[in-house]
Ligand binder design. Structure first.
Ligand code: BG6
Length: 491
């Protein structure tokens, strides 16, 4: 699969280079890119961290912590050996401007390489890093910066951080990561919607009954207790990943696949979300927090017993909410969003349910209750399936649900390409379509802030839900009011 038209030699500088994200995702992704010929000339990976390591020790760390995350089918010892010869390590105290001279020296060894700075650190370091890079003259007109979420904890703090980044880089140089936009089925959804005429007439109110977006995780909060407790599921998942998915489903056809065309359309969706008044927040959102229970064979503790979590924490580990989009295409169609930790199973999916038959000519139950569904699954398996009814083989005219599989990714081994690989390829190529623009991010916070504020002002406490369940019962109630249910209950 060709990923580059003509990639230019680059230095990918990862701040937080010894961290979890670098080891689990970024280094393996860059290895794959290297293997595909995507690191031309003398392109390098330069890991930057405070940790006291030399280059050889960093290579050892890559072998122990990053290499196991390379897909076994793609790993090759000789390629790995030549890949690590392109990897350098620079020790820096990120808060100390003087220590950036060492990075400058390293970059000067390949002065023609495009500098790509990847900030995989806490957001409070974004401002100081950008400032020190600028003060040390390390930013050129073709340099780029990629920033990881969370970018702030509300609209005001996101603005502050964005201002600090903007003091060093132009908007066209800033790549805000939302790794959900790099997932194959999300790309495929764009292809499905805008590469086919079939769905467009159906993609609207009057044809679509409701849209559900679920990102359920079996994982808990791991070693991130303190961070997570300050953040919660609304900021961690809904403000970015779930709203971005909603945008891709709901946006109008962009005029092209260029960065700004797609982002202009997503922005319009975010601005058309029905504002969350306190009354709507109380009626249309559900907060949850997991309590101990069984997941598979394992007996797992509740959120309050996790490391780093205060015993009286009111942080939500689950959110479900209903919203609508106030425009001609979507007025009145409910969009249900749901995400949670320690849920019954890991599944991320978008379920688009079409309207029911105006009248059924078939007598059996299945036929009269049937609706068509388009199910786009991001995880655990990447797939796009259309649920329809067909006739059971045999004499009688009895119907049965069948699924049309619309996804060809298996045939292309696309499952090997992780979201970070795709995003890095675009960062290297300077393509911004899969990264969030500042105004988009601001619009998302503008919609989220009133939810956080109402929960606080009204003392909306998270409802307990058992580890291994689908969240608090109230989450089903959000749909139950309209006689609907979450997709897993219909299977
Ligand atoms: C991250 C969140 O952005 O996404 C994590 O901070 C979450 O809490 C993760 O676990 C989920 O990503 P994925 O790709 O595993 O669904």
């Amino acid at each position: 699969m060709s990923e580059h038209s003509d990639p230019q030699p680059f230095d990918l500088v990862i701040f937080g280079g010894t961290g979890d994200l670098a080891m689990r995702k970024l280094v393996p992704a860059l290895y794959n890119i290297y293997k595909n010929g995507g690191m031309p000339g003398e392109s390098r990976l330069i890991a930057v961290a405070r940790t006291d390591l030399d280059v050889a020790a960093f290579h050892d760390l890559m072998a122990s912590d990053a290499q196991p995350h390379v897909h076994p089918d793609l790993f090759d010892a000789d390629t790995w050996a030549t890949f690590i010869s392109r990897v350098d390590f620079v020790r820096i105290d990120l808060m100390d401007g003087a220590s950036y001279a060492a990075l400058g020296e390293c970059l000067d060894k390949q002065p023609g390489n495009t500098r790509l700075y990847y900030l995989s650190t806490g957001p409070r370091l974004f401002g100081p890093i950008c400032n020190h890079l600028s003060a040390n003259g390390l930013i050129k007109s073709d340099s780029r910066v990629a920033v990881e979420k969370p970018l702030g904890h509300d609209r005001a703090s996101a603005n502050e951080i964005n201002d600090l980044i903007a003091a060093a880089f132009n908007e066209t140089q800033i790549f805000r990561i939302d790794h959900y936009l790099g997932k194959e089925p999300v790309q495929n959804l764009i292809a499905l919607r805008f590469g086919n005429s079939l769905f467009e007439p159906l993609w609207r109110r009057g044809r679509i009954r409701d849209v559900q977006i679920t990102v359920a995780e079996e994982l808990g909060i791991g070693r991130r207790g303190e961070f997570y407790d300050r953040t919660g599921a609304l900021r961690d998942m809904v403000q970015n990943h779930l709203l971005q998915l909603l945008c891709i489903i709901a946006m109008e056809p962009p005029i092209s696949v260029d960065g700004d065309s797609i982002r202009d359309e997503k922005l319009k969706v975010l601005r058309s979300l029905k504002p969350m008044t306190p009354e709507r927040v109380v009626n249309n959102t559900v907060r949850g927090q997991y309590v101990g229970g069984t997941l598979g064979e394992a007996e797992l503790p509740g959120y309050l017993d996790e490391n780093g979590v205060p015993a009286d924490s009111q942080t939500e580990t689950f959110v479900a909410l209903k919203t609508t989009i106030e425009n001609w295409r979507w007025a009145g169609v409910p969009f249900y969003l749901r995400t949670g930790k320690r849920m019954q199973t890991k599944v991320s999916e978008i379920v688009i349910t079409f309207d029911s038959l105006p009248h059924s000519i078939f007598s059996d139950q299945i036929a009269s209750n049937s609706v068509n569904r388009l199910v786009i699954q991001l995880q655990p398996v990447e797939s796009i399936k259309l649920h329809i009814l067909s006739k059971k083989p045999g004499d009688a005219l009895t119907l049965k649900p069948v699924m049309l599989d619309l996804d060809l990714s298996q045939s292309y081994n696309a499952n090997y390409i992780n979201a970070y690989q795709r995003l890095l390829v675009d960062l290297i190529a300077g393509k911004q379509a899969l990264f969030m623009r500042r105004d988009e991010q601001d619009a998302a916070w503008a919609w989220i802030d009133p939810i956080i504020e109402t929960w606080r002002a009204h003392g909306v406490a998270p409802k307990p839900y058992r580890v291994g369940s689908w969240g608090p019962a109230a989450s089903g109630g959000l749909l139950g009011r309209r006689g609907l249910s979450w997709h897993e209950e219909t299977l």
